[in-house]
Design a protein around this ligand. Structure first.
Ligand code: HSE
Length: 336
């Protein structure tokens, strides 16, 4: 499968490592031979229609901080130029989520779909701002659109609700969908101030470059939009979410919750309304996970409430969700 990889940060590099380390198994078990024909990062690009050498890509990125030095030719192509000029089957979109205009991911995705490419996105921006129209565009162009890694990283939250509960009617769900704020609130419950907990999370590399995406609830709200559209069939976008972050949660409130055997968590919920905000929940609730973990509880008409817990972020974890999507695409192509 010929792949254009937009963005070569932690997730993109993890994916290439995953392809390299699993190449034999992917071929023997799934008949998949990923051929990365183009990749770019913020400084340049690497292109080879016959397939880039994965080990070399990683080495060049590590040594020079960019893939630009992979070759002397074609090393400044933009994502759009690649999508227009290279022949490929799948776009894997891993550029940073942007909730103002969703660019450059939005143009990458729409250009790929219009050119007949299947799309896998772990970039949440385009889905948060235009989920219903992107699904329509994919259907119109008869391409597949996959986005497992946008919610829960490597934890298959979307697949669980969509496929394992198929035939059921999910009536509501609620979850901790942002690992960074969970880490901060967990540490505040252990006595750290908001500022120290934030600094610790930043030092560990958890916080988004734009901290507001985590702290003001936008990341959780984007994930809620994706869940609401995909699981509940709602046609909503980011402005439809009633969203409050964690900046105003005080240590005093956390202490008083703790006295009642409760914790304050940033909860994204879909019941009658779509809401993201700090909420007190019992320590005995399965949803009440600590550290950077994510958890989501789905309540359905006949099978009750089930909670899924797992890591919601991480390079290799998210790369594994992309691989899952790629194998799905391969299987659907084979079925057709
Ligand atoms: N900033 C996100 C989080 C990363 O903390 O959960 C994964 O989407």
């Amino acid at each position: 499968m010929r792949i254009i990889l937009c963005g070569f940060g932690v997730v993109g590099q993890s994916l290439v490592k995953l392809f390299a380390s699993r190449s034999d198994e992917l071929y023997s078990k799934y008949a998949v031979k990923p051929r990365v024909v183009g990749v770019f990062d913020s400084k340049g690009s690497a292109v080879d229609q016959s397939g880039l050498k994965l080990d070399k890509l990683i080495k060049v990125k590590k040594r020079f901080g960019t893939v630009k030095n992979y070759a002397v030719k074609n090393n400044s192509m933009s994502g759009i130029e690649m999508l227009k000029n290279l022949e490929a089957d799948v776009l894997i979109e891993t550029t940073a989520s942007n909730y103002k205009d969703a660019e450059p991911g939005m143009t990458h995705i729409t250009t790929a779909m219009k050119n007949g490419m299947h799309v896998i996105s772990v970039n949440k921006g385009p889905l948060a701002l235009a989920f219903p129209s992107l699904l329509e565009l994919a259907t119109y162009n008869q391409v597949m659109f996959k986005f497992s890694g946008t919610v829960g990283g490597g934890t298959p939250i979307l697949d669980y609700a969509k496929n394992s509960l198929s035939g059921e009617r999910i009536t509501s769900f609620a979850g901790i969908l942002n690992g960074t704020t969970n880490y901060i609130l967990t540490n505040m419950a252990s006595g750290l101030s908001f500022d120290s907990a934030l600094k610790d999370a930043q030092d560990k590399g958890y916080v988004e470059a734009d901290e507001s995406l985590d702290l003001d609830g936008l990341d959780a709200a984007a994930k809620l939009v994706i869940l609401a559209n995909w699981i509940m069939g709602m046609k909503v976008t980011l402005p439809d979410i009633d969203c409050t972050g964690i900046r105003k949660v005080t240590s005093k409130e956390i202490r008083s919750a703790s006295k009642k055997n409760c914790a304050i968590k940033l909860i994204a919920s879909c019941d009658k309304k779509l809401v993201v905000g700090p909420k007190e929940i019992s320590n005995d609730d399965p949803l009440c996970v600590n550290g950077t973990l994510n958890a989501i509880a789905f309540t359905s008409e006949h099978s009750g409430t089930q909670t899924i817990i797992g890591k919601g972020a991480g390079g290799m974890e998210t790369a594994s969700s992309i691989l899952r999507d790629l194998l799905d695409i391969r299987q659907e192509i084979a079925r057709d």
